[in-house]
Design a protein around this ligand. Structure first.
Ligand SMILES: [Zn+2]
Length: 89
């Protein structure tokens, strides 16, 4: 499965989803990272034509069988955290 970060459309009954970042394909999914996203943001859903407000805490993990399109770019900045890999001096 391919793992993403995103939010769900808040319109009742709408299945719209917004993919904000791609974390990779299992088992090589980025596990340790810092996400830089606005604390609050708005997204317009093309499925139901409604705009809703979202907060940082509503961004959650999503899984899909398909990889992102080749021109996909993350909408939030993902900073890899390798600090657990570094050896102490
Ligand atoms: Zn929607």
């Amino acid at each position: 499965m391919h793992v993403f970060l995103g939010v769900d459309c808040k319109t009742n009954g709408c299945k719209g989803k917004f993919v904000l970042a791609y974390l990779g394909e299992e088992p090589n999914v980025l596990q340790s990272f810092t996400m830089q996203a606005p604390s609050r943001f708005r997204l317009h859903c093309l499925n139901c034509d409604e705009t809703h407000r979202y907060s940082f805490s509503e961004i959650h993990r999503m899984e899909r069988p398909e990889p992102p399109p080749s021109d996909f770019r993350n909408h939030v900045q993902i900073i890899r955290d390798d600090s657990h890999l570094r050896k102490p001096n």
